[in-house]
Design a protein around this ligand. Structure first.
Ligand SMILES: C[S@@+](CC[C@H](N)C(=O)[O-])C[C@H]1O[C@@H](n2cnc3c(N)ncnc32)[C@H](O)[C@@H]1O
Length: 232
């Protein structure tokens, strides 16, 4: 266990170490999963998760990987949209995965413990049709953002799709102000890169093609962007 601490929704939490790396958990040490889900609902969750589902356009038989799946809301939504797809949710935090497993329909999703930069620990290179991820990259250091994107590219089949929903460029004064809530919780070091609109450039840098910001959704704590890209 690492001895360092970080704040999540204002509460100090210990950073846990896996394979020499740390991650920021979705929940504070004493918070309940339903508290996390209630907080996320305030971010117009239905709008941006619905947009991810639309852009992911999952088909029967597809293999879909939700990276940093947390309490499983997105993986479960995709499962409802396309029951014939194989959906895998991966997250380094066994506690949030336990919460995901308790939700309705969870038996139909495969839940795996793993880091986003080591996705070949849960699936083979070139085996995934669609990678999705929501609200993960904004809280990771830039080196980890890059490593996660690289690992996503690696596990996608040629032509496979990536859909990411996360805090993106904060274009208006109101959104920059609202985004301070996220920066209070997750710190400025990891989040400013997203707020400066640099995520699409990083996606291109690691080798993704057809990178675009498909949607932006204004929320109480900043603007969430839905990015789409493909493996060439
Ligand atoms: C804010 S939560 C978002 C959870 C979920 N995707 C959602 O949309 O509700 C961020 C999640 O990312 C996970 N996470 C943090 N660092 C990670 C990493 N390096 N690789 C994979 N997941 C990570 C955390 O454990 C947490 O569950």
């Amino acid at each position: 266990m690492s001895g360092s601490f970080k704040t999540v929704f204002g509460a100090p939490v210990r950073l846990r170490v896996m394979s020499e790396q740390s991650f920021t958990p979705a929940l504070g040490r004493f918070a309940l999963p339903r508290v996390y889900d209630s907080l996320i609902a305030l971010t117009r969750e239905r709008v941006w998760r619905g947009s991810v589902a639309m852009h992911a356009a999952v088909r029967g038989g597809d293999v879909v990987l939700d990276v940093g799946c947390g309490t499983g809301s997105l993986a479960l939504l995709l499962r409802r949209v396309e029951p014939e797809a194989r959906i895998i949710g991966v997250d380094p935090d066994a506690k949030v995965l336990a919460a995901a497993r308790r939700k309705t329909g969870a038996d139909a999703v495969e839940w795996r413990v793993g880091m986003g930069d080591a996705l070949t620990s849960v699936t083979e290179s070139g085996s995934v049709d669609v990678v999705v991820s929501s609200l993960v990259l904004h809280q990771c250091p830039v080196a980890m953002k890059r490593a996660i994107l690289g690992s996503m590219l690696d596990v996608l089949k040629p032509g496979g799709r990536l859909v990411i929903a996360d805090f993106g460029e904060q274009r208006t004064k109101a959104m920059r102000l609202a985004f301070r809530l996220v920066q209070l919780a997750d710190g400025k070091d990891d989040t400013q890169f997203n707020a400066d609109g640099k995520l699409p450039g990083l996606m291109s840098d690691v080798g993704f093609r057809q990178v675009r910001e498909a949607e932006t959704v204004s929320t109480v704590n900043g603007s969430i962007s839905v990015y789409t890209a493909r493996r060439g």
